[in-house]
Write a protein that binds this ligand. Structure first.
Ligand code: PLP
Length: 364
């Protein structure tokens, strides 16, 4: 059996350090907003070359708190992609704002900057580009439009920790960069967690208020906030893995190269890496009109594969009742029909990649 991701392998490799980190927190007895959260925030801010990072309870909360801190609420519109995980857009609706979906380009699966301007109205307050599967969205034209119309950019970097666009790490460009430490993400904990990076000190202050019941001074509350703190034990675990993040992402890239060399079918489109970008392969996602037969062949040989994502967000029941316009979203619909993600994680063995590729090459 070859799984999509095997988290046990990484734990076995890092067991001594991770067990020690957890034990250290338990012995210290500082469990909420303790020293590991503060240190991880510093480490992640430094990694991205930004002054501020704020740990929160999940990637979803990173997006929600960022939107709140940008003042987004009822009557506002937020532009994003329909080809992403639900969390990118449901946070917009949870704040009583409206998600406005703009189609993707099929080669990187990311929002098409050429189709954004026609969707901008007086109500548009933010754009959420998603760096899907670990490949950066095309940030230059997105940020140019945002500047022209005075719109905030909030980057969904949940799948792209360490990815670069024109030599710069994603997340530092927008008003806020939002990361997830969900266990299967490139940098991850063993539970939920998230982080927001920002260059704006006011924003950072506001985010720190929002994650902690709107309170800067204990029992004094200046805003309606949340209980959304990054857990100290998760922070301690993530700090161990943070030391290895370049190694992990490099290994994903090597694995992707092996897939590229071995998969040989002209009815399959391999994932593109634009020359201006460093893909970190959160997923290795191929496209084929013959997806169903490839999936069946993999299944028969005990190889996992997965469809991310089968239903574009403009077709989700939760949104359709809000009459979200669905025209001109054909690339998202095509990708939902054709994408297939293959096993991908740093500890995946060369022989396993060979086996997966073999099954694909011989599938009917
Ligand atoms: C994982 C993910 C999220 C949400 O992160 P959680 O930590 O699971 O809340 C948001 N957006 C994208 C694109 C994701 O992949």
């Amino acid at each position: 059996m070859i799984p999509m991701v095997d988290l046990k392998r990484q734990y076995q490799n890092l067991k001594a350090d991770i067990d020690a980190a957890i034990k250290n927190v338990l012995e210290n007895g500082h469990f909420i907003l303790g020293p590991n959260v503060a240190e991880l925030e510093k480490e992640i801010a430094a990694y991205h070359g930004v002054p501020h990072a704020v740990g929160v309870a999940s990637g979803t909360d990173a997006l929600l708190l960022s939107l709140r801190a940008c003042g987004i609420g009822a009557g506002d519109e937020v532009i994003t992609t329909p080809f992403t995980f639900i969390a990118t857009a449901d946070v917009i609706s949870l704040l009583h704002a409206t998600p406005v979906f703009v189609d993707i380009v099929t080669d990187t699966f990311n929002i098409d900057p050429g189709k954004i301007e026609e969707k901008i109205t007086k109500k548009t307050k933010a754009i959420i580009p998603v760096h899907l599967f670990g490949h950066p969205a095309d940030m230059d034209p997105i940020c140019a439009l945002a500047a022209k119309y005075n719109i905030r950019v909030i980057e969904d970097c949940a799948q792209a920790f360490g990815a670069t666009y024109k030599g710069k790490k994603v997340g530092a460009r927008g008003e806020c960069g939002c990361f997830s430490f969900f266990p299967s993400k490139n940098l991850a904990g063993y539970g939920d967690g998230g982080m927001i990076i920002t260059g704006n000190e006011e924003m950072a202050k506001n985010l720190r208020l929002l994650r902690n019941h709107g309170s800067a001074v204990k029992y004094h509350h200046s805003a309606l906030g949340y209980n959304s703190r990054l857990d100290e034990i998760q922070a301690a675990i993530i700090r161990v893995k943070m030391k290895k993040i370049e190694e992990f992402n490099d290994r994903r890239r090597v694995n992707a190269d092996i897939y590229r060399r071995l998969i040989k079918r002209n009815d399959i489109a391999l994932p593109l890496e634009l020359p201006s970008c460093r893909h970190v392969y959160h997923q290795f996602t191929i496209r084929s009109k013959n997806r169903a037969s490839i999936m069946t062949a993999l299944q028969n040989e005990n190889v996992s594969s997965a469809v991310y994502y089968p239903v574009p967000l403009h077709r989700q029941e939760v949104f359709t009742s809000g009459n979200i316009p669905a025209e001109n979203l054909t690339n998202s619909e095509i990708c939902a029909e054709e994408v297939l993600s293959l096993p991908m994680f740093p500890e995946l063995e060369n022989e396993e990649i060979e086996q997966v590729s073999n099954v694909i090459n011989h599938a009917p």
